[in-house]
Design a protein around this ligand. Sequence first.
Ligand code: G3P
Ligand code: CA
Length: 352
Amino acid sequence: MYKTLLLATLLATSTAQAADGQALATAQGIAHPAVIAHRGASFDAPESTTPAYLLARELGADYLEMDLQRTRDGVLVVVHDDVLARTSDVAERYPERKASPVSAFTLAELKALDAGSWFNKAYPERARAAFKQQRILTLDEVIDIAEGNPARHPGLYIETKEPAQFPGIEQDLKKRLEARGWLDKPGRVILQTFDRNSLKLLHEAMPQVPKILLLWVAKGSIEPASGQDFSESGEQDKSAFYARQQPKDRAEFERWLDYAKADGAIGTGPSAVRTHLGEQSYSDLIQPWMNQASHAKGLLVHVYTLDAAVDYDKAMKAGVDGIFTNRAGELMRFYGRPVPQNEGQLLRKLGY
Ligand code: G3P
Ligand code: CA
């Protein structure tokens, strides 16, 4: 009897929570649960390049996720890292500038880089000859991709990356989105940032556009219970370190939810631990109480970045409203949504 009651209570709680998140998303014109293609379909193609975004679009992802930076000559470009060494041949082409930030290069200089061959070397089992010599993309080029198939309508999920390096980037972004007609489309653009100041500036520039405050456990962000950052810990394994980190206490976590609301966000983007740890596995900020607290404050929850069914399942059961994933096709299949062809077939059809 007790077990039956407990089960009924748990089911009711989880259903009520899902309904809350769904209502919050629907009110903003946001898909629920959302498939957010992290740097494009970046498991199957070099991150943030044309094949990655084309594949994400063709798979039916709700949003193309991207990290926004600005070139020395003022063009908005889509690159994740502060420096270019991991995802390009900068060390060969500009050896003396291999540790320079993206902001030190003109667009023409960035366009001379090969942003695809690194993927073939890092992931030989997923390598394709046509990935060689892929180019870094501008924001406008990603918008072209989003608009490029009348049968597919992915939205844009744009992060201001290291915004303190790029004063005025929030206004620059507004100008481009306005010029391209994307500010009149409710829920088609979501803006995201880890930086509270950038969130405020995004909100001032584009009050009507939904915004997400990304959450992270570290000193200066959500304060860790351990009082330590990775660099001070003496640990070798980053993901094992992050997996042990948790907010100092419940009040600290809730303080960040309050910051999100106060600064204009409609939701949060918390990190998560992957079952198998590794790259892109961070701290567990999607415990059910955390998602309940977010929903109770009227905030949506989009978790980053999960790629395996076991983790999609855990996240959905914990009550999130959408998932950043490098494997948009896997998440679509997990949700039971139609995928026209598999990733290999689609890449071939797209010419890769
Ligand atoms: O934007 C959500 C997620 O992408 C945050 O992490 O480092 O992959 O940009 P990162
Ligand atoms: Ca990002």
